[in-house]
Design a protein around this ligand. Sequence first.
Ligand code: BJW
Ligand code: ZN
Length: 281
Amino acid sequence: MTGPEPAEAGRLLAAARRPVVFTGAGMSAESGVPTFRDAQTGLWQRYDPQELATPAAFRADPALVWGWYEARRRGVRRAEPHPGHRAVAAIVARLPDTVVITQNVDDLHERGGVPAPVRLHGSLFAPRCSACARPAPIPEDATAPEDDAAPGDGVASGDAVAPGGMPAPPDGRVTPPACAGCGAPVRPGVVWFGEALPSAALDAAVGAASGCDLLLTVGTSALVHPAAEIPLVAARLGAPVVQVNPVPTPLDAICAVNLRGPAGEVLPALVCAAWPDADAG
Ligand code: BJW
Ligand code: ZN
């Protein structure tokens, strides 16, 4: 980070008492987890994520959609939090009223030291019945050599072996387990296009954004609603918004400071700028 912006962002963070950290897929990119709108790799490159992440896609081809999420879950399992995740945890440690709101379905904030982020779009680790919503067990991961590949390859590399160690079909499809209660297919515990966000999480996010004195938005394209409105709520009520993203987004215009760079570098530098004595991870 160069120029006056990092110092200004550091001043805003040092002055904050109730910040919100709002994260998207770019937060996990340096851990090797592909962003949602990145090109998919391996078996999945011919599919558009926006078309797979829908209830209609699951109804039409449950094994295709379940196989995609299983491959992504295995990729996330192999990923590790990076210094940006630890910098967010350092902010929470310094300012206990911080609220971390994430659109991500991985668990890297938790493993990076933020115990309970507000999850707007669910989790890869909370499968449930598609009919009766009964929670279902997370399938066991196979321990095959292919699963030792880098997390960024997860979408492709984990595909050679299905959960339970059975060889996966070459097209990546994995039949979802049946619900132990009603026998319907189990589905990923994420929020798909056209589905309502969990109301408790959305209420918590809107409440935090309404009462915050700084909103730090990290690694989101801000294209998906209603999540993309969270920074707008904060800005409308007078809180400064600081954005971390290597490229411009629709949020640029409302941001007090735009820090153009990767989260893993910018966030530790921001914590050091705010609190020079801090261990930024
Ligand atoms: C880095 C980096 C580095 C890279 N460091 N940065 C208003 C207007 C228009 C449309 C709508 C609207 N309201 C609702 C809609 C419809 C729809 C929608 O928003 N569509 C848009 C595409 C136009 N929204 C919905 O359908 C929502 N539901 C809804 O509105 O329901 C209404 C309803 C009410 C009551 C009853 C019933 C219904 C649901 C949205 C659910 C989104 N779900 C997904 C999938 C989750 C599961 C999965 O992962 O498969 O969530 S979609 C996907 O997008 C995922 C993400 O969480 C979300 C946001 O993406 P994100 O995080 O911003 O990632 P990317 O990839 O887009 O961007 C990455 C960014 O990182 C980039 O900017 C990079 O530059 C940056 N980056 N490296 C920092 N190292
Ligand atoms: Zn069921």
